[in-house]
Design a protein around this ligand. Structure first.
Ligand code: M6R
Length: 364
């Protein structure tokens, strides 16, 4: 049932504050401000390397997690798409942790990668939305997302719930590694708890986002740029736009622009820059200015502070609430999803059942 929404995708975008809160409730203990994960039957503190494997949007959640695991727990992380991982003879030390992320829990390549990692002596952690799925059954450490059934082929609420679980896992890992003081943990729990409200504020920008759709819909190509954890968000934004509007879109690490993609820039290629104010902001802005200097039309997604500093000369800007960097990926997911959605609606495509795509990819 779509309720009063036109599409399942729209409904699922709007459900995010609730389902992220629901997911966080099972991983955060507010009484003593600790993250609380199911206790695995292996020693997390002994894990020396993590291998993250997933496909599509779930892979981008894994990419964000890599930044977090390395930053908070100082554990080296390998990251691969499942279809590559399986065929590249990856090196996995005995007793490493392999982490699989999947909405459906049935994606054929991810499931095969899981079995391969187990055969290579890895402990298996799974972040999955369907609790009865194959991947859920085969996990040593099962970390469910509580997004509820996701019907739209384009994944939205599963992604932000994956991020919520992965942030809690990163904090848990950091604690196990002796790298998190109780004060730091309390702060992390506090930041995560703010995510649902901030996502609501992002949803409140829907009209402004819809107003951007006519600027994007006529384009043949669209680029998305981001740095740090906004880089996977740029990739996710481009994937969403491709999937449902059929516009060619690519995401790039902002700093990579001058190594090639900037050759594509002209006034017909909108460039969506995802850049919350913060330590990486200046760097991303200078990449953005390189684009503008070549006639590129920029849509800057930031907060008031960022837009104040760098919004001039942009084709359009979109102001989100100013949030802690830890929850920024969850909050910035909302406008990239909504932008793809409105462009697709404007183009009249089948938003929930885009051509050539299946909700669950059970062939390899
Ligand atoms: O069920 P999974 O999370 O394993 O699915 C992975 C991808 O097939 C999925 O994320 C796909 O890329 C979506 N259509 C993205 O919107």
């Amino acid at each position: 049932d779509k309720g009063n929404h036109r599409h399942f995708m729209q409904k699922e975008i709007y459900e995010q504050p609730i389902v992220v809160a629901q997911t966080l409730r099972s991983y955060l203990r507010r009484i003593d401000d600790q993250v609380s994960l199911p206790v695995p039957d292996f020693d997390l503190s002994a894990i020396r390397r993590v291998t993250i494997v997933a496909c599509g949007t779930s892979f981008y959640a894994g990419m964000v997690a890599k930044y977090w695991f390395e930053q908070f727990a100082r554990v080296p992380v390998d990251l691969d798409v499942a279809s590559e991982f399986r065929y590249r003879a990856p090196v996995m030390e005995d007793g490493g942790l392999a982490l699989f992320i999947s909405q459906s829990g049935e994606t054929a390549d991810t499931l095969a990668a899981l079995r391969h990692a187990r055969a290579e002596g890895q402990k298996i952690a799974v972040v999955v939305n369907v609790p009865t799925s194959s991947m859920a059954r085969e996990a040593d450490l099962l970390l469910p997302t509580h997004a509820g059934p996701e019907i739209g082929v384009a994944s939205t609420k599963a992604f932000t719930c994956q991020l919520a679980v992965l942030a809690a896992l990163a904090a848990n890992f950091a604690r196990a590694k002796g790298r998190l003081t109780p004060e730091d943990e309390k702060a992390i729990v506090g930041h995560l708890a703010e995510a649902p409200a901030a996502m609501n504020q992002a949803l409140a920008q829907d009209e402004a986002i819809q107003a951007l759709a006519p600027l994007i819909a006529p384009a043949r190509d669209v680029l998305y740029l981001g740095r740090g954890t906004d880089y996977p968000l740029a990739l996710e934004g481009a994937l969403k736009l491709k999937e449902i509007s059929y516009i060619h879109a690519e995401g790039y690490a902002a700093g990579e622009m001058k190594h090639g993609p900037i050759a594509l820039i002209d006034e017909a290629v909108p460039v969506i820059v995802i850049a919350p104010s913060g330590p990486l902001f200046e760097k991303t802005v200078s990449n953005m200015q390189e684009v503008q200097a070549r006639g590129g039309k920029v849509v800057l997604i930031s907060d008031e502070e960022g837009i104040e500093a760098a919004g001039e000369g942009c084709l359009a800007t979109l102001a989100l609430p100013k949030v802690h960097p830890l929850i920024a990926p969850m909050v910035y997911a909302v406008p990239v999803q909504l932008l793809a959605y409105h462009v697709a609606v404007l183009k009249g495509t089948d938003v929930d059942q885009p051509r050539n795509l299946a909700k669950s990819v059970t062939v390899e």
